[in-house]
Design a binder for this molecule. Sequence first.
Ligand code: 1HE
Length: 253
Amino acid sequence: MEPLVTIEHEGDVALIGLNRPSKRNAISDALLAELEQRVAEAQGRARAMVVFGHGPCFSAGLDLAEHKARTAEEVFWHSRGWHRVFRGIREGRVPAIAAIHGACVGGGLELAAACHIRVADPTAFFALPEGTRGIFVGGGASVHVARLLGAARMTDMMLTGRALDATAAERAGLVTYVEPDAQAKARELAAKVAQAAPLTVLGVLQALPRIQDMAEGDGLFVESLVAALAQTGPEAQARLAAFLEKRAPKAGG
Ligand code: 1HE
């Protein structure tokens, strides 16, 4: 049987593909379980990962055919399961880059929001149809999409069904690249990200999001601790020496 989530390894980069194109990569329980396994595999072996959708779009979100059969208690635990799987990406060891084309809606947008960098192509569009379907977000959007877009834009999308195209999403800060070929760009970025020093990655993935939740003084204190950790390691010494000896590229190069 075809896997619901594919994985390929390209050097240090894992390519993770949602593979249910006939249902627009709608996230069923089985797909979510495979995603969790593939992500765990990538965490153990890669230094960056690209998450993309096979077929016409990134993801149509929650599998609505499965959803209609759940009790309130089941929906609660189902939502907690999504949080766990997406936390595995967001708080994992390996930076994740979402390559987005076509629909990226509902739970698909929540998956993209769990990644650390988002690249869209011009066909991409973003929506939270939960509002119009009479349900609510459950895969982390009220925290993480609201943080990316601002609660005001998320409120608008939820209440009116408004979709953002790639340009609007970039303007709103939801994606940071719009490129003709999102997957090619995401792979190029992943190859760069895979070269980042491990302690820098640790600081960006583990400390930065937590610092956003802290009071100013606590955040600055943790920043100093992470700086002390990163700047005293052998990797930093080697990279700083390379710059001073003119062996490293200049900033922005
Ligand atoms: C699906 C799903 C789905 C498509 N669950 N089966 N998400 C939504 O409300 C989005 C619902 N989907 C759509 O609005 C559209 O399908 C798309 C804009 C994403 C794509 O349109 P299109 O014209 O390319 O495809 P289609 O013809 O609408 O769908 C193709 C097939 O995929 C069709 O099945 P078929 O057997 O009739 O061929 C659709 O039924 C099926 N399909 N989307 C199940 N979502 C943790 S809480 C998260 C809460 C949410 O994510 S709510 C948002 C749910």
